[in-house]
Design a protein around this ligand. Structure first.
Ligand code: DON
Length: 306
């Protein structure tokens, strides 16, 4: 398996040349565009990795399924789905569409695009923004089995400085009454969530829990309930790769979430959790070589659920 992964990484690495680093967050330009790595954890507990699997990078939008999980745990499914819809938008992750004719905002947003994720940040329980974020970080540590995960403060500052589009989305949510908290506090939680620093192994562990009905590899403890992992996996399948979700479903066929830091969290239900890192992105903000690598892996190990 190790040799197979190495071969796939090397074959996929050339595709990094066709992508770009995320430039709208200046700190992310410090990543190495040629990097590509993978870590997978199978349901028999065996772990395999190849390429630049040990690089640290920021989680970015891969925090969205974690925010969704916590919003579900704290509020239940009905509360969440009454405020944030579950249909794919078919639009870019940070799209500000023409909402002037929209009566029910929830029908036009989902938890995997920025506006939906910002709405869910306000649903996390906690007395203030710090406690809300701490609870999200604690869940991330638990799901990944890594106590040492923290925030990259340079990326956080960079996100905050350049986050006016997210500010616009948050004010829109407030104008519709979807959020009632202070906009800057809600965004603070969101920007910090995006700046959590992880590795492919952390993503693979999170993917493992999602593939294993909410149970961790090490203790078989139920970290989240099966009804919520099922909910999150379904949303990942339909919305996790933004306006590239349909193409990804055809080519790879498993639930996944991308981030502009280059990470992809993938879940092969009952088979394995997979973490990818490849910071060269396609025009939709997804890791260009990472998708190629997942396509090869899925074809070779018959991972597609279709
Ligand atoms: O909201 C943003 O702009 C980023 N911090 C996260 C966006 C992101 O990762 C989109 N994913 N492909």
């Amino acid at each position: 398996m190790r040799e197979l992964l190495e071969k796939m990484v090397e074959e996929s690495r050339e595709f990094t040349q066709g992508g770009q680093l995320a430039s709208y967050i200046p700190e992310l330009l410090k990543y190495n565009k040629d990097d590509l790595g993978i870590y997978l954890i199978r349901n028999d507990g065996k772990e395999f990795y190849a390429g630049n699997f040990d690089k640290r990078f920021t989680i970015q939008s891969v925090c969205k399924p974690l925010i969704l999980l916590l919003a579900l745990i704290d509020n239940g499914e009905d509360y969440v789905t009454q405020r944030v819809g579950v249909e794919s938008t078919g639009k870019a992750f940070n799209a500000i569409m023409d909402f002037s004719q929209v009566e029910d905002l929830k029908d036009h947003i989902n938890p995997m695009v920025n506006i939906g994720a910002i709405a869910m940040c306000s649903m996390i329980e906690g007395k203030d923004k710090d406690e809300k974020f701490q609870r999200l970080l604690d869940l991330t540590k638990k799901l990944s089995g890594n106590e040492n995960i923290g925030v990259n403060m340079q990326v956080f500052e960079s996100e905050r400085k350049t986050g006016d589009r997210n500010r616009a989305l948050a004010y829109l949510l407030k104008s519709y009454g979807t959020i009632t908290d202070d906009v800057d506090d809600v965004l603070d939680v969101y920007f910090k969530a995006c700046s959590i620093e992880i590795t492919c192994k952390d993503l693979a562990n999170i993917g493992f829990v999602l593939s294993n009905n909410g149970r961790s590899k090490s203790s078989d403890e139920e970290i989240v309930s099966k009804k919520y992992t099922r909910f999150v996996n379904a949303i990942l399948m339909t919305c996790g790769m933004y306006d590239g979700a349909g193409d990804f479903a055809i080519r790879v066929g498993i639930p996944a979430k991308s981030g502009v830091g280059g990470g992809i969290l993938s879940v092969a239900p009952s088979i394995m959790g997979i973490g990818i890192y490849g910071p060269a992105l396609d025009s939709k903000g997804n890791s260009i070589a990472g998708i190629k690598l997942l396509e090869k892996l899925s074809n070779s190990l018959y991972l597609s659920v279709f």
